[in-house]
Design a protein around this ligand. Structure first.
Ligand code: FAD
Length: 452
């Protein structure tokens, strides 16, 4: 929808994806006005960087965490200017990365590139409909705002309720549904059951131990696989990536050969430039098979722990404080004293176990299924037929440029999505090194659509 005067673009969500889309829009257009909506304060942190715990480290080396694809040393330079004693191979705290992002917003919003053109709006958008010269947005606090284009940067939604947790238990005080919005200090003392054994579990286990040293924890997932760790210095030069037209089986054969030659970490990292292209080339059945059989193994190798985090988790496991198990919850019931009684079965076993926990925390990771979402905006988009799930239910159905497909499959030139909610199209669009390039591309796509 070309627009003759200054375009107004609404970006919904101010985590990394929304912030960087907004800043790229301002950098690339001298006229565009950006309204950046965020329902939580402070703005700019999202689920990943809204932590004050210094034990929560980035899981990507500082040298690969620049927010700007065209300035790869930008974050390391920022760290050096603050004398943190960290170099490109180190793992900064996530809180510092949040400060870095907030600094970027302030620098651009108040500097010549963006002065007066970025409006940060602390409100939740709860509905979108066509209106004016583009879209009308309804906010939770009652206001209505129009924009020529909208970018959805809704990020990492809280995990879905896992099997075994019924509605009554989910409503009880013993259950923590959102592992990114809770306070370890407020939990009652006693053992804790963690559902999930991935990166979220690691964060939660560290926070629980900080709040009550030695607190016993049982972490349970279907396979009981925990993330592996980064090790040593990264290779100076990565081997050439695989071809971009390999089937899943060929890609894994390539990985095995590369791992034999260079080590598995280097082999995994070498696939990075091709991961999205490989995914796009796979048929729906191949993608489905990858998700069913290989996803947990891919995740633990691909998204690795900083060594200092891995050491703490290993120490907790060595003392028996933290136990990881493969299995399934059979039931969760509340005891009269408010404790949870968890009955679970080990993977491949017939017998069952019982674990009494003061709290049960859902650490199963972000959910992507927009049809199962309880988020008012996502429900509204689906109800109006403005958006639909991708075929694998990983997020929104978008085309390769991030344009959201409506219920009939038509991609909108002025309603786009960025970040983890576009996983169905790109698969690896979780971490900063993947998202930062996408925010540039989405900003350019939006501006091109609005150019007179
Ligand atoms: C705990 C955790 C740790 C991580 N660690 C790393 C790491 O070390 N390195 C790395 O590269 N990646 C990491 N990631 C991956 C992470 O996905 C990306 O780095 C990045 O932060 C994603 O940003 P986002 O803006 O897409 O999502 P989010 O950070 O989830 O932000 C989305 C924002 O949108 C807001 N929002 C949603 N809906 C609305 C609405 N309707 N109205 C207004 N606001 C709304 C939310 O409140 C939220 O603030 C981590 C992720 C998590 C969850």
């Amino acid at each position: 929808m070309p627009h003759p005067s200054a375009p107004v673009i609404a970006v919904i969500g101010a985590g990394f994806s929304g912030v960087m889309t907004a800043l790229n829009l301002l950098r690339r257009s001298p006229e565009a006005k950006v309204i950046l909506f965020e329902r939580r304060t402070p703005v700019g942190l999202g689920a990943a960087y809204a932590t004050h715990n210094p034990g929560h480290r980035l899981n990507v080396r500082a040298g690969n965490m620049s927010a700007w694809p065209d300035d790869p040393a930008h974050f390391v330079t920022w760290l050096r200017a603050r004398n943190f004693g960290l170099g490109p191979a180190d793992f900064a705290t996530r809180a510092d990365y949040g400060r870095y992002l907030q600094g970027l917003v302030a620098e651009i919003a108040e500097g010549p590139e963006g002065a007066g053109r970025l409006v940060v709006t602390p409100d939740a958008v709860v509905g979108i409909e066509p209106g004016g010269d583009g879209w009308r947005l309804r906010c939770a606090m009652g206001r209505s705002v129009t924009a020529h284009a909208v970018v959805l940067a809704l990020g990492n939604p809280p995990p879905a309720r896992p099997p075994g947790v019924d509605e009554a238990f989910a409503a009880s005080n013993a259950y923590v549904a959102d592992p990114w919005r809770w306070n370890a200090a407020e939990l009652p003392p006693g053992p804790v059951m963690l559902i999930g054994t991935g990166l979220t579990m690691v964060d939660v286990a560290l926070s629980l131990n900080d709040a009550q040293h030695g607190r016993p924890m049982l972490a349970l997932s279907r396979r009981g696989l925990a993330p592996l760790q980064h090790d040593g210095a990264p290779p100076r030069i990565l081997p050439a990536p695989p071809a971009n037209d390999l089937s899943p089986l060929q890609a894994f054969a390539w990985l095995r050969r590369a791992a034999d030659e260079h080590g598995w970490r280097t082999a995994i990292d070498a696939t990075r430039p091709m991961t999205q292209a490989l995914w796009r080339g796979w048929s729906p059945a191949q993608k489905q098979a990858f998700l069913r059989h290989a996803r947990p193994f891919w995740e633990i190798h691909r998204h690795r722990l900083a060594p200092q985090v891995a050491r703490r988790i290993a120490a907790m496991r060595a003392t028996g404080q933290l136990t990881l198990a493969a299995g399934k919850i059979r039931s969760l019931t509340l005891e009269p004293d408010g404790f949870a009684l968890c009955r679970w079965r080990g993977r491949g076993e017939h017998g069952g176990y019982v674990f009494r926990a003061a709290s049960v925390i859902n650490c199963t990771g972000p959910t992507g299924d927009v049809l199962a979402s309880t988020d008012p905006l996502i429900q509204d988009l689906v109800k109006r037929g403005l958006a639909r799930p991708d075929p694998l239910r990983l997020g929104f159905d978008v085309d390769d440029s991030g344009r959201v497909r409506d219920v009939s499959g038509q991609a909108s030139p002025t309603l786009l999505a960025v970040g983890p909610a576009t996983r169905g199209a790109s698969w690896e669009i979780t971490a900063v090194p993947d998202i930062r390039g996408q925010t540039v591309a989405v900003a350019e796509t939006v501006l091109a659509a609005l150019r007179p």
